[in-house]
Every structure is written in structure tokens, then in C-alpha cells.
Write a protein that binds this ligand. Structure first.
Ligand SMILES: Nc1ncnc2c1ncn2[C@@H]1O[C@H](COP(=O)(O)OP(=O)(O)OP(=O)(O)O)[C@@H](O)[C@H]1O
Ligand SMILES: [Mg+2]
Length: 214
């Protein structure tokens, strides 16, 4: 298999949906197919992102929603310029664990910020580059909560959020992705192996259909 262009795949879904688990399996899979694959994440893909991740996770006083959004957007701009664009120019496959749609789902639908403004700032930060395709790992809020409890890592600011916030985020993702041809939906309530099989088959078929993979 050979890529015909740089490809950006983003993985989206709520906290604990299984994005990072899937992203890692996909990276291993594509690398095994001799397709050079970079796995990155937002926030955290760059030095700025790593600092930001710590700030956001350790914030005791809640950030005002606009400040929160702009911090993520700043990270996104850096991530795009420093890491993603150069990799795409080298015809690599970039898998990003979260990207612009997370801001739309969390700060837009979740917190009620102006969605047109979010869309505009997101496009600006991304230099108008859009993902080739997006994998939406969909789970119910209760499933994600149970997994996060089992994982029992340090609880992040987002994970302390009310259940109704997470419900709005899920509904936001559902609305946003209802009619988007570049979005692959996977049922995240299945086993990690099933989620992975479902995802890679749909990804390969999409890329072949669009002559991005031969
Ligand atoms: N398909 C699955 N079935 C059951 N458990 C899963 C599945 N995928 C992941 N898990 C487990 O659920 C937990 C959350 O998964 P993961 O860290 O991949 O989610 P995430 O979407 O990256 O979460 P976050 O947004 O908080 O980073 C982990 O403990 C992981 O091992
Ligand atoms: Mg993760």
C-alpha cells in the first residue's frame, strides 16, 4: 500500500471513549504496512501543547470558556505549523488524537460559545487545512465514565464536569457529524479489537475510494 498524498486523520469522541487506544493501534497497523505514520495529539503534540496540557489539567479555578478555547486554539496553530504541515508535505500519514472538532464539541456545544466564531478561529489556526477524514468513536456518557473510573488516573478538569455537560458534548458531536461524508463512525462500546477492525477497514476503503491510497 502506498499513500498518494499527505493524509490527516483525526480521532474524536468524549473523554474515555477509547480514542487513544484506537489511535495507537492504527499507528501500529499503518506502520506495519510500510506507511510512515505519525501519532500526535491535542493538546500535547508540541512543547507548547505539553505545557498547556499541564496548565489545563491542573487548573484549580475554572477558566473562562473563551480563555479556554483560545488556549486550545493557540496550541492548534502551533501544532499545525510545527508538526502537521511539514509531515503532510512529506506525504506522511498523521493521526491526531483530537483536533478542531473537539473545540466545537466541548467549547461550542458543551459550553455554549459562539459556534461561528469557533469555526472561524479553528480554520485560521489550522491554516484552512481540514482533516482528510475523522474517526468518531461514539460511546454513551455512562460507558465512558465507567472506563475512566476503572482507569483511575488523576482526574482532569474536564472529567470533573457535570454529566449534563458531557451529554451536550456527545449531542454536539452527533449533530456536527450527522451529515459529513469524511466522518467514519465507530461504535466505541465494542471491544478494542472490534473498534480497531471497524475503523481500519473503513479508513482503507475511504482512502482507496478517494485515490489517496493505492
Ligand atoms: N473498546 C474498548 N472497550 C473497553 N475498554 C476500552 C476500550 N477502548 C479503551 N478502553 C479503556 O478505556 C479507558 C479509556 O480509553 P482511552 O484512554 O483510549 O480513551 P480516550 O478517549 O483517549 O480518553 P481521554 O479523552 O480521556 O484521553 C482505558 O482504560 C482503555 O484501556
Ligand atoms: Mg486519550
Amino acid at each position: 500500500m502506498k499513500l498518494q498524498a499527505g493524509i490527516l486523520i483525526t480521532i474524536e469522541g468524549i473523554d474515555g471513549s477509547g480514542k487513544s487506544t484506537l489511535a495507537k493501534s492504527l499507528q501500529e497497523f499503518f506502520n506495519a504496512q510500510q506507511i510512515e505514520t505519525i501519532l500526535t495529539k491535542e493538546p500535547g503534540g508540541t512543547e507548547l501543547g505539553r505545557h498547556l496540557r499541564t496548565i489545563l489539567q491542573e487548573q484549580e479555578n475554572p477558566l473562562t470558556p473563551v480563555a479556554e478555547f483560545l488556549l486550545f486554539a493557540a496550541d492548534r496553530a502551533q501544532h499545525m505549523a510545527q508538526l502537521i504541515k511539514p509531515a503532510l508535505a512529506q506525504k506522511k500519514l498523521v493521526i491526531s488524537d483530537r483536533m478542531a472538532d473537539s473545540a466545537m464539541a466541548y467549547q461550542g456545544y458543551g459550553r455554549g460559545l459562539n459556534r461561528d466564531m469557533i469555526a472561524r478561529v479553528n480554520s485560521w489556526a489550522m491554516d484552512n487545512i481540514t482533516p482528510t477524514l475523522t474517526v468518531y468513536v461514539r460511546v454513551e456518557v455512562a460507558t465512558a465514565e465507567a472506563r475512566r473510573r476503572a482507569r483511575s488516573e488523576k482526574v482532569t478538569a474536564f472529567e470533573r464536569e457535570q454529566k449534563d455537560f458531557m451529554e451536550r458534548v456527545v449531542a454536539g458531536y452527533d449533530t456536527m457529524y450527522a451529515a459529513m461524508p469524511h466522518v467514519i463512525l465507530v461504535d466505541g462500546s465494542q471491544s478494542p479489537q472490534e473498534v480497531f477492525d471497524n475503523a481500519w477497514k473503513q479508513i482503507i476503503s475511504y482512502l482507496k475510494q478517494h485515490h489517496l491510497l493505492v
